[in-house]
Design a protein around this ligand. Structure first.
Ligand SMILES: Nc1ncnc2c1ncn2[C@@H]1O[C@H](COP(=O)(O)OP(=O)(O)OP(=O)(O)O)[C@@H](O)[C@H]1O
Ligand SMILES: [Mg+2]
Length: 427
């Protein structure tokens, strides 16, 4: 705003003011602070004819010099700005000068109307500077955001591939486990099938042996009985001092023994048909067997101890058959205690069964033989035993709805636990 002295000056001042007001809004939003500062300097010097001009950016204490005009010695700028004078115009930009500072100096004192125009100019500069710094900040944020987004995408990619890998591992493990499970199941199925086959074969073998034995026993039994009665008749007919009486007696005992084996075989195959009452009284059967063998047990140094919860358990089993079972168990116990010992017989009720426990203090049964002792013909007594006693007992008990169970400890003793159904009393 160059001033011309005289009358014209007012006119040219107004013209200069108008052109300044016209040009100020055209201070453009350049793409950089530097370019904008150059434009500001060009406009300030052209429009206002200033001698010195500076444009600073930033808050007090941290200002950067964006542009200057007229200074030879840049070091003296601060000094000039800070000394107030009527030729100088100093306008802080933004609130408390946070955005920057515009400084202008003329050759003559600045008029108040010039100050107003300078202020309008400075405000426009302020707006553009703020917008530029806001734009720069936004750009920085955007760049940061895009870097962050890229980093995130990278992370997502990494995690996705990790997930894929662990998924694959998991799938492989599941597949392997399933495979192992299937193999295990197949093996278990095979084992079960072969066990079943074995059992079937064994059952079939036993059934055919049983049938064979039953057939033979049946056929043998009748002639045996005939032989026995003929032997009795022969002995009766001979004088008492007949020299071969011993031999005849031995033949009789032999036939008797064969007959017993045959009877056991017939019981095993349920072809004997015992007579006598269909039910048994526990104490009657036990009394009978105890009395029968008492003498023999005493001689062997074995004490029989009886513990009965009741003496009159009525059992759903043929009395003769129960006696047969008990005799075998008593004799087995005696055989297991060659140096004497104790046989404890306990009787008690358990739900709808009567339990008879026979516990001896004998040599016991080795673990590996325990599974075999109920099999027909299994014996450890050599020629002295047939190995039919326990299998007959098991067969009798099974047929009346009972069972036999063995527990044994080597050198300590064995316990045979018989479970026999109780007769249900009608009310
Ligand atoms: N109380 C027991 N203590 C130890 N071993 C026993 C006992 N009872 C049975 N055993 C074993 O079980 C086997 C089979 O018994 P089981 O009564 O079936 O036949 P056995 O006694 O050998 O012959 P049998 O009864 O025909 O005379 C016996 O040989 C014996 O080895
Ligand atoms: Mg026996």
């Amino acid at each position: 705003m160059k001033r011309v002295p005289g009358k014209q000056s007012n006119y040219s001042l107004i013209t200069a003011e108008l052109s300044a007001l016209y040009e100020i809004p055209s201070l453009s939003f350049s793409d950089s602070e530097e370019r904008f500062a150059a434009e500001v300097v060009e406009k300030a010097t052209r429009l206002f004819g200033v001698r010195y001009f500076t444009l600073h950016a930033g808050p007090p204490g941290n200002r950067r010099l964006l542009a200057s005009w007229g200074f030879q010695d840049v070091a003296r700028i601060e000094e000039r700005i800070n000394i107030p004078s009527p030729e100088r115009f100093n306008l802080p930009l933004g609130e408390k000068g946070q955005t920057g500072l515009v400084f202008m100096e003329q050759a003559q004192p600045i008029l108040s109307r010039e100050r107003r125009i300078f202020t309008v100019f400075a405000r426009r500069v302020e707006i553009v500077l703020q917008t530029l710094s806001e734009n720069a900040r936004r750009k920085r944020v955007e760049q940061e955001l895009s870097r962050y987004r890229e980093h995130l995408e990278e992370l997502v990619k990494e995690r996705t591939s990790e997930l894929k890998m662990s998924n694959e591992l998991l799938r492989r493990e599941i597949r392997e486990r399933k495979q192992a499970e299937m193999e295990r199941e197949a093996m278990a199925r095979d084992a079960a099938a072969s066990k079943e086959r074995e059992l079937m074969e064994r059952t079939n073998r036993l059934a055919s042996i049983g049938l064979l034995a039953a057939g033979i026993a049946h056929e043998v039994n009748n002639p045996l009985q005939g032989m026995l009665s003929h032997m009795h008749a022969v002995r009766r007919a001979l004088p008492e001092d007949f020299p071969k009486n011993d031999s005849i007696e031995m033949v009789e005992e032999g036939i008797q023994s064969i007959s017993e084996i045959v009877n056991k075989l017939l019981t095993l195959t349920r072809q004997s048909g015992h007579s006598g009452p269909a039910t048994a009284i526990s104490s009657v059967a036990l009394d009978f067997v105890t009395q029968l063998l008492e003498h023999e047990f005493k001689r062997a140094g074995i004490k029989i101890i009886r513990k009965e919860e009741s003496t009159r358990f009525k059992l759903n089993i043929n009395q003769q058959e129960l006696i047969q079972v008990l005799i075998n168990l008593y004799i087995n116990a005696k055989d297991a205690m060659p140096k004497g010992g104790r046989l404890t017989v306990t009787t008690f009720a358990e739900e709808d069964h009567c339990v008879i426990c026979l516990a001896d203090t004998g040599q016991g049964i080795p673990k590996k033989l325990l599974g075999q002792i109920l099999s027909p013909f299994f014996t450890t007594k050599g020629a002295r035993g047939t190995g039919l006693g326990l299998s007959v007992a098991e067969s009798i008990l099974r047929h009346c709805g009972g069972s036999i169970h063995v527990e044994s400890a080597e050198n300590k003793g064995s316990t045979f636990r018989l479970k026999i159904p109780l007769v249900r009393e009608e009310k």
